[in-house]
Structures are given as C-alpha cells and as structure tokens.
Design a protein around this ligand. Structure first.
Ligand code: NAD
Length: 287
C-alpha cells in the first residue's frame, strides 16, 4: 500500500502487541504506544521471542527478523507518532476510555489518516461521533487472537465511515496478510455476537455442574470440530475482555441473556484473567 508506510498502534496488550508485530513483519514502520511502560516492555519481549522462534522454525531469516524488530518504536507518548500514516487503537475495552483516546488521535494525526479501532464490541458510530468531522475516517478493524496467526479482520463501517476509508482498510488488511470480511455496526458485530454468548454459556454449564471445564472443552472440540474449547479460548482472549464484551451486548441489546455469568464475574474479580495473568479457568503458570 503505497501511501501507508507507518502505523501507530495504540495499546500494547495482547492485541496491540500482535497487531504491531504483524505490521512490522509485513514491512510497515510501527509506533507501538501504551500508557504503561511495563506493557511496552512486555510487548518488546513478546516480539523478540516470537521473531526468534520464527527464525528457528525457518519461517523467516535472521535478517528479516532483525529488520522487523528494528521497525518497531516503543513509545508512551502518542505525540511521538504524529507522523504516522495510519492509526489503530487496541486499548482496553471501555467506551469512555476509547472515546478519549479517539479525541486524542484526532488531535495527533494528520488529516486523511484513518482512525481504526480493534474494539470487539463498542459501536464504531459512537467512536466516530467522538471525533466530530473526522467521523468519516473512523472504522472498525477487528483482528483476532493471536494476531500473527489468525487470518480474519472483521471490517466494520460506522454510520459516517466513508467508502474511501472502507476501501483503504480492506487494502491495508490485505497488505498485512489478512482476509478482510465486512460486518455491520451492531453490538459484538458478527464474531462476538455469536462467540461470547457461547463462552458465557460454557461458564454456566460449568457453574451448574453439567461437566468439568476440560470435559466441556473436549466435547466442543470433538463434537463441533472447534480447534479449541470455549473455556480454553476464554483464557486466551482474557476473562476480563469476555466480561466487558458481554456487558456491552447486555447494555446495547437489552436482554438478560447477555448478562455475564456469575462465575465469570467471580474470576474477573479475583484477577484470574487467563493466559495473561498465568491463571484463569486453567493454570498457565508453566507457560
Ligand atoms: P489488554 O488488556 O491486553 O491490553 C490493553 C492495553 O491498553 C494495555 O496495555 C493498557 O495499558 C493499554 N491502554 C489503556 N489505556 C490506554 C491509553 N489511554 N493509551 C494507550 N494504551 C492504553 O487488552 P487486549 O486483549 O489487547 O484488548 C485490546 C482491544 O482489542 C479491546 O478493545 C478488545 O476488545 C479488543 N480485542 C481483544 C481480543 C482478545 O482476544 N483479547 C480479540 C479481538 C479484539
């Protein structure tokens, strides 16, 4: 994509670090931004480890890995990325926080820069409304976890998103080696409208003693040909993220069936968030 050379990725957690690595591996300069230096350090560690493993497995040469690593700048101040040609927000799933970040993105980046969000469930139209006359440049660019592996990017157009923004997003996702698929701007879009209630129901099944977690996962794997059971997947996504998405579905769609299962709420309250904290439904402390 000739007119996009550098991408600002705001948020360096599970998704932001994956988006940054994918973009750098595809040849883009990357500004990896986070308010937390710890998260930036963790992202740099993850990039280093993943690129080294790619070299070991002969998926890329040492020189390619070094170049990808050198393309990523780690920054706590968004202003340092002001010359970026594209911006993707991948911060915590909270509408008020994202609206503040979008207002800052609108101030920071030049006219014509697309302001994309990796949100799993928050309305793209609402995010667009938070940046006034730049709403035509706001779009959902929903990557999947783990980003370097998963091919899909759900492309979500808000009410004000322009055709040009949509076409350029499809082009960029393709240039990053992904397959863009359109979805409309309704809570959870397609992916999480279907996936999250399934995960929530798996927690209910466990809470009500229908089966143990490993048996719930095994049944869904073998019976439905899912590559991973719903509880294992919840740990990978992050139980806090699952909880937050259910709350968005609950508020936006207004039905009790979307309210997060009490057991899921308990795990989140206890800080057992899945892979990222070493413990969730399962114990991941040995990696
Ligand atoms: P995460 O908790 O791992 O990371 C969020 C990051 O945002 C943290 O590093 C935090 O420090 C940072 N952050 C918070 N406020 C910030 C600010 N003002 N400026 C810059 N950074 C800030 O969360 P995640 O799982 O990476 O999710 C990020 C987004 O991606 C969410 O919108 C989520 O819904 C979406 N998403 C998540 C998954 C998944 O599987 N986890 C999949 C698709 C989409």
């Amino acid at each position: 994509m000739a007119d996009v050379k550098s991408i600002a990725v705001i948020g360096a957690g599970t998704m932001g670090s994956g988006i940054a690595l994918t973009a750098a591996s595809a040849g883009f300069q990357v500004h990896q931004i986070d308010v937390s230096q710890d998260q930036l350090d963790r992202a740099a560690g993850y990039h280093h480890k993943t690129l080294s493993r790619n070299v070991e497995k002969e998926r890329m040469t040492q020189a390619q890995a070094d170049q990808a690593r050198e393309r990523i700048a780690y920054q706590t101040d968004m202003a340092e990325a002001k010359d970026a040609d594209w911006a993707v927000e991948a911060a915590t799933e909270n509408a008020d926080l994202k609206k503040k970040i979008f207002a800052q993105m609108r101030e920071t980046f030049g006219e014509g820069v697309v302001l994309a969000s990796n949100t799993s469930s928050i309305s793209i139209t609402d995010l667009g409304a938070s940046v006034g006359d730049a709403a035509d440049r706001v779009i959902g660019m929903h990557f999947f976890n783990p980003v370097p592996v998963m091919k899909l990017v759900e492309v979500i157009r808000g009410l004000a998103t322009s055709e040009q923004t949509t076409q350029r997003t499809i082009e960029l996702a393709t240039a990053m080696g992904k397959t863009p698929v359109p979805a409309n701007d309704r809570a959870g879009f397609v992916s999480n409208r279907i996936l999250m209630p399934m995960i929530n129901e798996a927690f209910y099944a466990w809470m009500e003693g229908v089966a143990e977690p490993e048996h719930i996962d095994e049944i869904m794997k073998l019976g439905m040909a899912h590559p991973m059971g719903p509880l294992r997947l919840a740990d990978l996504i992050g139980l806090d993220v699952c909880h937050d998405i259910m709350m968005v579905l609950y508020h936006e769609l207004g039905q009790d069936k979307y309210f997060p299962c009490p057991l899921l709420r308990q795990f989140v309250a206890a800080g057992r968030l899945g892979d990222k904290t070493g413990r969730g439904v399962y114990d991941h402390s040995n990696g």
